[in-house]
Design a protein around this ligand. Structure first.
Ligand code: AMP
Ligand code: ZN
Length: 479
């Protein structure tokens, strides 16, 4: 094992291969992540996409690159179907709730930001808001309209046969590809998509702008081409999104980028996609069953970083099945890590020089540099915190390096922060502690009848008393 840093290799969806990361601008990493459509709360599956993007960003920082990360907020243009059918998700939500579309966007953007914070996702350099870029989108569309677009009653459409190799990211037209694009009346080819959607005669939308193709709103794919170029240049390094975006949204962005740059350049050196979080019953959805939001996890008493750890246990390119048991196990694992890390909490950080630590750091580097192997990286962090008879300052130094990549906040979280305490609980924490104190006194006085009665009182209030719990949890509230 050597201590030399290994190159960062990442899986590029364009080539379906691991490739060494070679930045466009030496020493820098410029990353764009497709952000949420703010018409509803994000579910925890959506948040997996940002835990992944954040882990990628943290890894790039750890590898020494100056990171510029952009996440956009889609507050216009995303239809109820990715492939150009249906209504604008935000207009629909606003009409259904008789509310201003701007208020809806603001409310759900703030809810998303709260989840970002709860999951320890670092703030990107820019949150780009789609509606701020509509004039730039119109300019972009004007530049490609003559050679690549045609007009229909519904607006301006992109002719996907005008660019080389349309759909290569999705492997359209091959066995690997998943063609599921609905035909829209009048389109020349099924895959053609809207660049500008005209407001139908006699209707008004809450969000509409004048354009050479009539009053209306931009197509969804346009915003990411425009904002990524405006904030990161062309081309930039890495574009991320969930695996669904590999099929329609990103091929369409690539087509726009090729048209606008008059080249075959996709716009990003690498396109990376996280796989889905699924439920046992299948695909995660905002409308069916229990709506799994970060806030629901918190309300049931789970610390949100347990969900982050759950994501890190799986590789980002594997499907991950959510279950409450799985989340509970992740919480216990996080708690063990936090407890073990208390031994270094008060130490002064020292750069590790002990061979055992430098070996662990080298193995950590190798794991995270190989397409973000967070599952292995986690076990190495566990080995590090568990290490005995070692300089605590050096140990702290190693834990800091690893935790900066994994983002579990091991040095600031406390055991108590991780205690399961559902919102619906009828008993307060102070009250539980008070009863437990009385019970301790009763036991010390060998008054077992009183001690049992106090225990029963706690059980009746939904509190499980955990005598001798190895994690020192003492009690937990049933959820
Ligand atoms: P949306 O708000 O629908 O545009 O989605 C936001 C992000 O979440 C996109 O990158 C999607 O690809 C991603 N995404 C959607 N569903 C899931 C899921 N179940 N698991 C992981 N990522 C998802
Ligand atoms: Zn996008």
């Amino acid at each position: 094992m050597t201590d030399a840093p290994v190159p960062l290799r990442l899986f590029n969806s364009l080539t379906r291969q691991l490739e060494e990361f070679r930045p466009v601008h030496p020493g820098e990493a410029r990353v764009y992540s497709c952000g949420p459509t703010v018409y509803n709360y994000p579910h925890i599956g959506n948040m997996r996409a940002y835990v992944f993007a954040d882990t990628l960003g943290r890894t790039l920082s750890y590898k020494g690159y100056k990171l510029t990360h952009v996440i956009n907020i889609t507050d216009v243009g995303h239809l109820t179907d990715d492939a150009d059918a249906g209504e604008d998700k935000l207009e629909k939500a606003a009409a259904e709730r008789a509310q201003s579309i701007w208020d809806i966007a603001k409310h759900y953007t703030e809810a998303y930001w709260a989840d970002v914070k709860a999951l320890g996702i670092r703030q990107p350099a820019h949150w780009s808001i789609a509606t701020d870029y509509v004039p730039a989108m119109i300019e972009f569309a004007k530049a490609i309209a003559d050679r690549h677009c045609y007009e229909l009653d519904g607006g301006l459409y992109f002719d996907t046969t005008t660019v080389a190799d349309y759909g290569r990211l999705a492997r359209h037209g091959t066995d690997e590809g998943e063609s599921r694009i609905d035909p829209v009346e009048g389109k020349r080819h099924a895959a053609d998509f809207a660049i500008w959607r005209k407001t139908p005669a006699g209707e008004t939308r809450q969000m509409e702008w004048d354009s050479p193709w009539g009053r209306g709103a931009p197509g969804w794919h346009l915003e990411c081409s425009v904002m990524s170029e405006a904030l990161l240049g062309f081309p930039f390094d890495i574009h991320t999104g969930g695996i669904d975006h590999r099929e329609i949204h990103h091929p369409n962005e690539i087509a726009q980028n090729q048209a606008h740059s008059c080249s075959t350049d996709s716009g990003a050196r690498m396109w990376m996609h996280n796989n889905f979080l699924v439920e046992r019953s299948g695909k995660m959805s905002k409308s069916s069953g229990e709506f799994l939001r970060v806030q629901l996890l918190i309300d049931k008493g789970y610390h949100p970083l347990a969900y982050r750890l759950m994501c890190l246990q799986a590789h980002y390119r594997s499907e991950l099945e959510f279950s409450w048991d799985g989340l509970g196990a992740a919480l216990t694992r996080l708690k063990r890590l936090v407890m073990a890390a208390t031994s270094v909490r008060d130490a002064e950080t020292v750069v590790p020089s002990d061979r055992r630590l430098t070996d662990l750091l080298a193995r950590f580097d190798a794991a995270i540099s190989e397409d973000l192997n967070t599952a292995v990286a986690l076990t190495l962090l566990e080995e590090t915190v568990a290490m005995k008879k070692i300089d605590t300052g050096q140990k702290r130094g190693a834990v800091e390096v690893m935790d900066a990549v994994l983002g579990l906040q091991l040095l600031t979280l406390s055991r108590e922060d991780l205690r399961v305490r559902p919102k619906a609980a009828t008993i307060g924490e102070d009250e539980i502690e008070a009863i437990l104190f009385r019970r301790k006194e009763a036991r010390a006085a060998k008054d077992f009848a009183a001690s049992d009665a106090l225990r029963d009182e706690l059980i009746a209030a939904g509190v499980e008393v955990m005598d001798g719990d190895p994690l020192g949890w003492d009690w937990r509230l049933a959820n």
